[in-house]
Write a protein that binds this ligand. Structure first.
Ligand code: ZN
Length: 388
C-alpha cells in the first residue's frame, strides 16, 4: 500500500463524504494531511498524480472488531448463539498468545489492503494492542471487562497515526452493573468513548427480563455473583439507561433486539450506534430495526465484528451487504455509515471519515466512471489503490 504522495491527487470524482461529490476535482496533500480540495484548474508548481476517470473516497472506519479472535476463523453457529459462545471459548483456549497475535497482524494487513485505516477494536486478553499500535491504523482499542473482572488499563487519547485506548463492558448480561458504571466514568473522565454490546441476542434480553435460568447458571459457574444486579428490567437498553451509562460517548453495538421504545431512548440520549449486519445474520438470523433508527435521527456506523462470526474483515463487503439488505436507504447515508459515522462514534473525526482540509490524507482510489459514484460504490466497491 503506497504512503500518500505529496502534492496534487486529481480524479474525475472526489467524494468528500457520502453527500458531497466534486467532479473533475483534486486534493492537495501536504505533510500527510489534506491541505485543500478544489475543482478544475490545478494549482501550478506542484507534483500531480492523475487518477483519471476513477474516484477518490475517504477510507473505511471499521467501528467494531475483535482482532484477537482472527486466528479462530469462522466458528460454527449451529444450535444458537449460546452454543457459538461456548465453541468460541473452547476454540480460543486451544491457541497460545503468539498464535493469536499472529492472527491479529495478518488481519491488520488485510484490513489496510481493503481500505480500512481506522478501527474500534475490542480486546479481552490484551493481545491486539501492540500490533494495532504499530500498524499505522488509527482509532480506539477498547479493553473489555467481563463479569466482575476489572481491566486495569488507563484510558489514553489517540495521537498521530496511533490509536487511543479506552474501556468497554462486554454486555449488560455479562458485566456487573457497578463495574459498567465505573468503566463508563473512567472513559468519560478522559474524554474517550465507552463501548458495550447491547441488545444483541434473545438470550441476553430474556436474562435482563429475569427469564433465562440457563444464562444465570452459566454466570454462577463462572463465579459471577449477579444476585444484587437490579433485575428484572424491561429490556437491555432500558437497563443500561437506568444504570446511567448511555450518552453520546457510549458506543452501543448490535441492537438486534432493540424495540421502538429502546431506539427512542438511544436517540434521546444521543448514543453512538454500531451495526454489524453480516455477523447479526450469521449468529441471529435477523437484523436491527435500521428504519426506526434513521427515523429517530440516529446515525449508525458499521463494523464487521470478529472473524469468528463473519466471513471477512472487509468493510467493502460489509457495505455491499448492508446496501443489499437496506436498499431503501440513501446511498450517501450508507456510505457515511462505513466512514464518517464511524469516525464520529470513535471520536476521531478530526482525522478520519471525510476528505476535508486538515484531516489525514487517507483515501481509496476506486472505479467511479458513472454519474452516481457513491451509489455505484456502496453497491459494489471496486477499490484499486489505498493511500494512507
Ligand atoms: Zn463484538
Amino acid at each position: 500500500m503506497p504512503e500518500v504522495c505529496e502534492g496534487i491527487h486529481r480524479a474525475r470524482h472526489v467524494v468528500l463524504d457520502g453527500g458531497r461529490v466534486m467532479e473533475n476535482a483534486w486534493l492537495h496533500v501536504e505533510g500527510g494531511r489534506i491541505l485543500d480540495v478544489g475543482r478544475g484548474r490545478i494549482p501550478s508548481g506542484l507534483a500531480v498524480t492523475d487518477h483519471g476517470e476513477r474516484g477518490l473516497f475517504p477510507c473505511f472506519v471499521n467501528a467494531h472488531t475483535h482482532l484477537e479472535l482472527s486466528t479462530l476463523g469462522l466458528v460454527d453457529a449451529e444450535g444458537g448463539f449460546e452454543k457459538w459462545v461456548q465453541r468460541l471459548m473452547e476454540a480460543r483456549s486451544g491457541f497460545g498468545p503468539e498464535e493469536l497475535i499472529l492472527g491479529v497482524r495478518e488481519a491488520l494487513f488485510a484490513m489496510k489492503a481493503g481500505g480500512t485505516m481506522a478501527l474500534g477494536d475490542v480486546t479481552t486478553l490484551g493481545l491486539s494492542e501492540e500490533a494495532i499500535y504499530g500498524s499505522g491504523l488509527g482509532g480506539i482499542v477498547f479493553h473489555e471487562s467481563v463479569g466482575n473482572h476489572r481491566q486495569e488499563v488507563l484510558p489514553r487519547k489517540s495521537s498521530e497515526k496511533k490509536p487511543g485506548f479506552s474501556l468497554a463492558g462486554h454486555g449488560p448480561h455479562s458485566t456487573a452493573p457497578g463495574l459498567l458504571l465505573e468503566l463508563k466514568h473512567k472513559a468519560s473522565a478522559c474524554g474517550l468513548p465507552f463501548s458495550i454490546h447491547l441488545a444483541e441476542s434473545a438470550g441476553e434480553r430474556a436474562f435482563i427480563r429475569g427469564d433465562n435460568p440457563v444464562w444465570a447458571s452459566f454466570l454462577d459457574q463462572r463465579g459471577v455473583d449477579h444476585g444484587d444486579w437490579p433485575l428484572p428490567a424491561g429490556s437491555p437498553v432500558r437497563y443500561a439507561d437506568t444504570l446511567g451509562i448511555l450518552d453520546p460517548a457510549t458506543l452501543c453495538v448490535h441492537l438486534v433486539h432493540a424495540d421502538i421504545k429502546d431506539i427512542r431512548i438511544l436517540a434521546d440520549q444521543g448514543c453512538a450506534v454500531c451495526l454489524c449486519p453480516r455477523s447479526n445474520m450469521y449468529l441471529h438470523g435477523m437484523l436491527p430495526d435500521l428504519g426506526t433508527m434513521v427515523a429517530e435521527g440516529i446515525r449508525p456506523c458499521l463494523g464487521t465484528d470478529s472473524p469468528a462470526s463473519t466471513p471477512s474483515l472487509s468493510m467493502a463487503h460489509e457495505l455491499a451487504f448492508a446496501a443489499g439488505r437496506w436498499a431503501w436507504l440513501d446511498p450517501a447515508f450508507l456510505f457515511n455509515m462505513a466512514s464518517l459515522h464511524g469516525a464520529e462514534a470513535l471520536g476521531i473525526d478530526m482525522d478520519y471519515g471525510s476528505l476535508t482540509p486538515g484531516k489525514r490524507a487517507c483515501f481509496l482510489v476506486a472505479e467511479a466512471g458513472g454519474h452516481h459514484p457513491v451509489a455505484d460504490f456502496v453497491a459494489l466497491p471496486e477499490i484499486v489503490e489505498v493511500y494512507g
